[in-house]
Design a binder for this molecule. Sequence first.
Ligand code: AMP
Length: 395
Amino acid sequence: MDLKSYNFKNKRALIRVDFNVPIDNNGNVTDNTRIKMAIPTLEKILNDGGSIVLMSHLGRPNDEPNKEFSLSQIIPSLESLLEKKIIFCSDCVSDESFKTTKNLENGSVVLLENLRFHKEEKNGDKDFAQKLSNHGDVYVNDAFGTSHRAHSSTSLIANYFPNDKMFGLLIEKEISCVDKVLNSNLHPLTAIVGGAKVSSKITIILNLLDKVDHLIIGGGMAYTFIKAQNGLIGKSLVEDQYLDLALEILKKAADKDVKIHLPTDSLCCKEFSNDLEYNIRTIDLIPNDEMGLDIGPDSIKIFNNIIVNSSLILWNGPMGVFEMSNFQNGTISVANSIVEATKNKAFSLVGGGDSVAAINLFNMADKVSHVSTGGGAMLEYLEGKELPGLHAIRN
Ligand code: AMP
């Protein structure tokens, strides 16, 4: 079943959205991207003449009501983006909330309070899911960011809508973008992986080896690969327990004719600090008392050349400690190369926590093809796992 062709007239659409947005100490939404991206689905339903009940989680409230995590804080942001008054229910399964949603007028939009004020949400509780299902006639999952969780509102609830369940427009777009990268015949396909640890990205790297032509590895994780090949990495970040696996990955890549590109040089500092001098070092000749905190100019040149000549690009994880100004350049340069490739008609997908934070920091989000809203979900999808939230709709 597909949202675009479904007619929502006189229907109450119960939508799982991902309104888990950052909120400051004064209760203001500091980044409304996730709310903005949910709007097309809501507009389609309202234009058809239906009504909407929105459910989401916000933060980690420890299974009980907590003002700090109240979704009421996002109402001004939602109202201004949707240009509509929102009806708020201060508990997602209270009698009051069911009274409100039972006879909803077409065109109305209800927002339920944070689902995670009830422990049953995360526990994946059948009864809780069934209760929630009474809020709507049709279930729409548009929360890509939580689709890797088998929670009541993301997965179990779909059982109560055997004939009326579908993806929202945002999830559809997210899936089609990742599928485009994973299943396309366009080449060269380049994946750029960075960030702190090899351990958190191993399954992705292994899965990508079957698809990509080039794999660029930067960030802290690169040093484990350099040390595995007997390079001298000084005090750089390393996971000694993954040295053998790093060698195995290099061998697998060679067997599959995937070109792995590690940095050739590195910006090195005596401490993890933005205030000290730093030196450019050859990547495998870092002095004992220094650590690599960003890729160097030679690596940037090599990576840029590969990226701008790619047709498909996937980027996950920064090239260095981009939070410190001295060590941003590698990540900015890679982002610039991706933007340049995108201008030259490449399809570029940026996903996973910190690369999204970086691309937003550099104001480049609208210059790549797609920035994924789902950090963990996107990573698990790239690992080749079937996500419970997607499975629940498809089956
Ligand atoms: P991840 O969450 O695994 O994608 O890692 C992101 C984090 O990796 C960011 O906070 C970066 O500051 C950090 N990072 C990137 N490169 C390095 C490096 N060379 N040394 C230490 N941390 C790094």
